[in-house]
Design a protein around this ligand. Structure first.
Ligand code: ZN
Ligand code: ZN
Length: 133
């Protein structure tokens, strides 16, 4: 079973179902949020994330036009995002303890990619804007 948590260890969780897919997002919001050129995230089965401890430490920032970005209020470690109805749909790959073995399916918002880290020529679809759903 996949497990994960934040940098300080205050928040710990497990995934009752294996993550479904993995994607990269190069949008400027993810750059600001993560401090990196792109954010890698795993899509999970809705409802499959269970907290082992520290749920009360989780804080979020909700943009007017997007999912809430949730992080540990003690260490700032990025954890997951939540849809407007409160469902957790995706977990940050860096929050997982071990590689779940997913192959990335696409990169999105590459039109906004950081100039200081070229987007790799990795053979998966690169979408200039949001990936088609
Ligand atoms: Zn923490
Ligand atoms: Zn993004």
């Amino acid at each position: 079973m996949s497990t994960g948590g934040c940098l300080c260890g205050g928040v710990r969780f497990e995934l009752a179902e294996p993550p479904v897919s993995m994607t990269y997002c190069h949008c400027t919001r993810c750059q600001r949020r993560s401090g990196t050129a792109a954010s890698a995230q795993a899509r999970i089965e809705p409802g499959s994330l269970r907290f082992l401890r520290g749920e009360e430490l989780v804080k979020g920032w909700k943009p007017d036009d997007g999912f809430e970005k949730c992080f540990c209020s003690t260490c700032g470690g990025q954890l997951f995002s939540k849809s407007p109805d409160g469902t957790i749909w995706s977990v940050r790959m860096g929050a997982l303890d071990e590689d779940p073995g997913l192959t990335p399916t696409h990169r999105q918002y590459v039109a906004y990619a950081a100039t200081w880290e070229p987007v790799p020529d990795d053979g998966i679809p690169h979408y200039p804007e949001a990936a088609p759903r």
